[in-house]
Ligand binder design. Sequence first.
Ligand SMILES: [Zn+2]
Length: 343
Amino acid sequence: MIQPFPWQAEAWARVREAHRAGRLPHALLLEGPGGLGKRAFADLLARSVLCSQIRPDGTACGRCRSCHLVSAGTHPDLSVIEPEEAGGQIRIDAVRALAARERLTAQAGGYKVVLFDPADAMNPAAANALLKTLEEPSSWWLMLLITQQPSRLPATIRSRCQRLAFSPPSEPVALQWLSERVGQIDPKLVYGLSAGAPLKALELADREILDTRERMLQDLMGMMEGTRDPVAIAEAWHKAGPERALEWLSGWALDMARLQAVPEPPLLFNPDKAQALGQLAGKLPGRDVHRLGEMTREARSLVGSQVNAHLLLEGLLLEWASKVPSAGSGMRRRTSRGSRAQR
Ligand SMILES: [Zn+2]
């Protein structure tokens, strides 16, 4: 991508103006929900400040030596600091290496850009080391800290950054952008499923993903009618991808709670499934729906960490199944445990 996304125009104008006036801060905190293109924006800004022939709209030329080095991932003044594995931490060594390099190359001139993605992955030692760097800023640092959860960063770091908040675009802007990219898929459907985050919506605009969602809802309905086994479903969902499964389940639980509160809620994550979810919600007391929703969100926050995702899903689905008010549920739970013991 060479241009900022349409919903980033205002933020881009701000940084472009600051850059032109030589007033770019040493550290910018790019904060906001996922799926809005914060990383793409940071990449664009990094390219722009390093480019030697910047274009009138403030974007990089794409042709100068600097632009080529950035594209090749070998620009000496651009560092990207990320956890070594997804969900991991950013460690102090990565931040110390920056400061050491700054001392070696400080005379080279021009900006030194560092991207932290996500910045909240810094462990306390790394955050402290960064803080020291921010306290004695060389005039040409541009630190870009990307985060969906700014509250996870120490207040001392936040207070030294200028904030750049990203929020979801208006529905017409998002739908216009999506409709040019999703082919045969209904842009409204994926827009709803993404909670308004266009890049997330684009990712979901995939027939296979949507078909899997369909199957998973069928699984859930069957399980809540007592005809499907939660243990088998957990196994299938784990194979299909536990993160996405928990994301769907969490959205269904939220919609069920909304459908219990009012007959026609103005906002649903799954407007296309209102009827099925309404039926399901009608079978359970409100307190159970809330409890299951909480448990599902909790499981979602755990998946990807050290926990066994398969067992997590299994435990959660057994909890869901245990709320079925039919007489068969107790028997089925015993069967499930029996089959686990046999393995
Ligand atoms: Zn250039």
